[in-house]
Design a protein around this ligand. Structure first.
Ligand code: ATP
Length: 299
C-alpha cells in the first residue's frame, strides 16, 4: 500500500508548478509535505487525487492509478474549505458519505462518534453556516475521514484553528494513523510537522530539496544550535570561528554553530568567566533547515 509518485511534472503553460517529482510514501506513515507558498504542494495533492492530470510521470496507490474505482479509499481535506452552508451537518455528511458507498445509518453513527470526540455533539442538526470557521473545519475534517480511508490527504489541516482545536485534530490524525491510515499532510507550521512526522519532504519550486527521515535530515544538516545562559557578557562568543549566528536572549544567547566541535571551543571560552546556568547543544529545528533550504523567512 505504497503511494508512488514517479517523475511527476505539472506544467501550466510555460510554468512548471511541479518539476520531475519522485517520492515514495510507504503505508502507515504520517508524511509531511512542506514548501513555501507556491512551491507546488496543492498541485501535487490534486494530481494524487486525480483532480488534475500530470503533464508527465505517474502516480500509483497500492500499484494502481487513483480513479473512481478506488477513490472511496481516499480522504481529502482540500485547502479551499467548502461545505454547503444551508445544509445541516447531518444532511451534509450523509450526502458525502453516501457518495463514498456508506449507508445513512453508518454515516450517522460514525458522525455522532466524531462529533462527540470533537466536543460538538450539539452540531448534528445545525446548519453549516451557523458554525464558526474553525468548527466548520472540524466538520470538513470529519467529511474527509468518515468513510475510513486508507490514504488521507490533508492540505493545511491546522490552519485557522485555535490551540485547543489544533490539539484535537492532531490527536485525531495520530489515532487514524495508529489504526493504519496513511497520512500525507502539508503545513506551514514546522512544529506541527516535527511533532507528527517521522518522514517528510520539502519542495522548492516544484522540486524536492530535502527528503527523508526527520532524524536523519537533522543529523546530516551538520549545523547545531547551542544555548548558553550565564550571568556575564557573552558577546565575545560571536567571534569564535565556526559560530555562524549569534542571537542575544534575556537569559544569555542562542548560537548556530558549524558543527559539534565548535561547542567544545565555546565551552572552553566560558571557563573562568563566571556562573553558567545552561549549556545545551541541540539538533537544528526544522524551521532552521527550512529557512536555509528554501531561503524564505517563514510566518
Ligand atoms: P501554498 O503554500 O501557498 O498553498 P502550494 O505549494 O500549495 O502553495 P500550489 O497551489 O501547488 O502551491 O501552486 C504552485 C504554483 O502553480 C503557483 O505558482 C501557482 O500560481 C501555480 N498554479 C497553480 N494552479 C494553477 C493553475 N490552475 N493555472 C496556472 N498556474 C497555477
Amino acid at each position: 500500500m505504497t503511494l508512488q509518485i514517479s517523475k511527476v511534472t505539472k506544467q501550466f503553460g510555460q510554468f512548471k508548478a511541479v518539476d520531475d517529482l519522485s517520492l515514495e510514501i510507504p503505508s502507515k506513515q504520517i508524511f509531511g509535505f512542506l514548501g513555501a507558498n507556491g512551491a507546488g504542494k496543492t498541485t501535487t495533492f490534486r494530481m494524487i487525487l486525480g483532480l488534475l492530470d500530470a503533464t508527465d510521470g505517474k502516480i500509483m496507490w497500492n500499484n494502481e492509478p487513483i480513479n473512481y474505482s478506488n477513490s472511496d479509499k481516499i480522504g481529502y481535506l482540500p485547502e479551499e474549505r467548502g461545505l454547503y452552508p444551508k445544509l445541516t451537518v447531518k444532511d451534509q455528511l450523509v450526502y458525502l458519505g453516501r457518495l463514498r458507498g456508506m449507508n445513512k445509518n453508518q454515516v450517522i453513527s460514525e458522525l455522532k462518534m466524531w462529533l462527540e470526540k470533537f466536543n460538538v455533539s450539539d452540531y448534528l442538526d445545525k446548519k453549516v453556516e451557523e458554525l464558526s470557521k474553525g468548527n466548520q473545519q472540524k466538520i470538513q475534517f470529519i467529511s474527509a475521514v468518515i468513510h475510513k480511508p486508507s490514504l488521507l490527504i490533508l492540505d493545511e489541516p491546522f490552519s485557522g484553528l485555535d490551540p485547543v482545536n489544533v490539539e484535537m485534530l492532531k490527536n485525531a490524525v495520530v489515532e487514524l494513523n495508529d489504526q493504519g491510515t496513511t497520512i500525507v499532510f502539508s503545513s506551514h507550521r514546522m512544529e506541527h510537522v516535527e511533532e507528527l512526522c517521522e518522514h517528510l519532504c520539502i519542495v522548492h519550486k516544484g522540486k524536492p530539496v530535502v527528503h527523508g527521515a526527520l532524524k536523519e535530515i537533522k543529523r546530516s544538516f551538520g549545523k547545531k544550535n547551542l544555548f548558553v545562559h550565564a550571568d556575564f557578557e557573552l558577546d565575545s562568543l560571536a567571534k569564535i570561528a565556526g559560530v555562524i549566528n549569534y542571537r542575544a536572549v534575556p537569559e544569555g544567547c542562542e548560537l548556530q554553530i558549524e558543527n559539534e566541535e565548535v561547542a567544545t571551543e565555546v565551552f572552553a571560552a566560558l571557563q573562568g568567566k563566571g556562573f553558567v546556568r545552561k549549556f545545551e547543544l541541540e539538533e537544528p529545528s526544522l524551521n532552521d533547515i527550512f529557512i536555509e533550504k528554501v531561503g524564505a523567512s517563514y510566518e
